[in-house]
Design a protein around this ligand. Structure first.
Ligand code: FES
Length: 199
């Protein structure tokens, strides 16, 4: 069976850059950990910061995720070196996907762990350095009150392949009681599809 991945994805998967090696001493200024060990998709991201220029000068990461998660985080780790923290914070899965030459659609949800962990590391750096005001909270908003489904869960469902309202309902159970959340859910569904999948 042929690989469905681009050559860039294969290269980053086979030769991942900036991985934290076993026993490596890497004194980080900020550290982020996201995902869930039980699901096997935990991701750690560590950053070193030039405190005068407020730039990310070096980083390391480690994951138990799949080939897409490894390739995405590898390419992300190269992209963000030298960036200001403000700019690095805004790197999206779509930017990463572009730099990889494209991932199969059903694999895009695996690629979001790296940038989530990076944002957690940047926030950790801000907290440790008395810059609480810079910390950006990724608070979730409940869209479906009946089934307690948030905007983050809608975004995750889109990354996991939902393209229609019915598919969104299948994945989240949203809108299955009173139905009042339907319009807002459809608006968000369209926004997240445009955010992650428009070329
Ligand atoms: S608010 Fe979503 S089903 Fe009632």
């Amino acid at each position: 069976m042929d690989w469905v991945y681009t050559d860039i994805v294969k290269d980053h998967f086979m030769n991942p850059r900036n991985v934290l090696k076993q026993g490596e001493e890497f004194v980080a200024d900020g550290e982020g950990m996201v995902g869930n060990m039980k699901c096997g998709d935990q991701m750690m991201f560590k950053i070193k910061v030039d405190k005068i220029k407020n730039t990310l000068v070096d980083c390391r990461w480690k994951t138990y995720g799949c080939a897409s998660a490894i390739a995405s985080t590898s390419v992300l780790s190269e992209m963000v070196k030298g960036m200001t923290l403000d700019k690095a914070y805004l790197v999206s899965p779509k930017d990463v996907n572009k730099n990889l030459g494209g991932l199969p659609d059903h694999k895009i949800h695996c690629s979001v762990l790296g940038d989530k962990a990076l944002r957690a590391a940047i926030n950790d750096y801000y907290r440790k350095n008395g810059m609480e005001h810079k910390v950006q909270k990724e608070e979730a908003k409940v869209i479906c009150q009946c089934m307690n489904v948030t905007d983050h869960e809608i975004e995750d469902a889109v990354l996991d392949g939902a393209r229609t309202y019915v598919e969104l309902q299948e994945k989240t159970k949203l809108g299955t009681v009173c139905g009042q959340c339907k319009d807002e859910a459809i608006t968000l569904l369209e926004q997240y599809i445009a955010k992650h999948f428009s070329k």
